[in-house]
Design a protein around this ligand. Sequence first.
Ligand code: HAM
Length: 477
Amino acid sequence: MCLNITYRPMTAKKKDESPKAPVKKAAEKVEEEPKKKVKTPELLRGFRDILPEDQGRWNMVRDGIRNIAEAYTFDRIDMPILERTDLFHKTVGKATDIVEKEMYTFTDPSNRSVSLRPEATASAARAYINHGMLDRPQPVKLWYIGQMFRHDRPQAGRYRQFNQAGFESFGVHEPIVDAQLIVLGVQIFKDLGLDVKVDINSIGTPECRQAYLAELVAYFRQHRSKLSDEDKKRLQKNPLRLLDSKDDVTKELLDGAPQILDWLDEKSKEHFMKVLEFLEEVEIPFTLNPYLVRGLDYYSHTVFEFLLLDDKGEKSQNALGGGGRYDGLVELLGGREETPACGFALGIERIVRALSDRGIDPPQRPQPQVFFAQLGDAARRVGLNLYESFRQANIPVAEAFGKNALKAQLEAADKLNVQLTLILGQKEVLDGTIIIRDMESGAQEIVDVKKVVQIVEKKLRREEGVDPVTQSPVVEK
Ligand code: HAM
């Protein structure tokens, strides 16, 4: 690119007219104390900044989720991050890991126990009741995206503050709802270029689960001495969680354990079979996983998780998302009896990481083709307005308002590889003109500043092969 600078400023640089600070005499010099090094506060463990360089991938995921939510006619809802603690005690369950060990709970200045939300299904059900959505045409389909908090042990893909996007459908029993939610989830991953597999199970109604649990507890009691301390606690407090224990001994014992699917009542079985049939119909690959129970108490019937497949087609450990039916939750929170509901949530950090591991990059932001270079404050003032005019014309413009020397600004323009640089000095400000410099040839032309947006627009179109008058592609003669 040609960089010889032909612009000559009209007047010599003004001398600095600001009053000079008095020069300290050597004798007045005071011994300065050595400056204490300020310690920069560190991030809390399990919390992270999402940096500008990562935002492209985050936007890709957020946009993908929003597109699908809109296509499947879900309505967006935003709920508070802070809720009364008892909302989660009642719904997620007092004996779950989330409530027992992971909640950020504190007493607020009104002496009320409050918690940072560890998940948002409970809040969605609360909002559904609070705002009389029971009386709207059902299903009421809500989606949300936002931060959740769990004081879990931080590790890869597990944070203490993380983001979830969730989909909740209230008011319809039909198994098609469960199936469509799974289809919708799979579609989000497909659109992002990720291969996932669905693990699915049914945990039936609370009644058939009760009978199953009695059997499960009786089985594990026989083997109690072999269990880890953690699993002994589960056996006592939340035996269903033994099914997804990570302990090898428990895993081995599970081979001989009673399976929940054998304890489902006829209605639960029928519901589950229909969900599976729908999935087969639309060719969603799934695995029946009799040990999938999920870590929240409110589920009934269908439960499922989205698991990432690696290059060898193996499922990864950390689920990218999960959900299920929760037919009892609305009633539990004081809503209408027997209000059915089903939903799932996706972990955005895990999805972003999967994209990055697979080298799936976001589309590049269009690079500015125009650079604005200015000389002096009068030109900067015009520049501020001009910048906005270009934005309104949808032409991205780069600038270096903080730089003074033209050479430095042209170098910056050169680095950005722009086609055109606009140069505005004091003379041009007085004349109402501006210089357009073609960075390739070095040719410069002086134009009326009021017409510059239009002229630049035409030049860029011509460059892109579009005839500026007819708007049709230019045909080489
Ligand atoms: P969950 O399985 O606890 O379900 O969380 C859903 C997803 O959030 C997980 O699959 C995972 O991707 C992500 N996630 C969970 N914990 C963390 C963490 N500590 N760090 C990073 N990502 C995490 C729920 O929360 C239910 N509310 C889902 C639901 C909606 N069920 C019905 N409707």
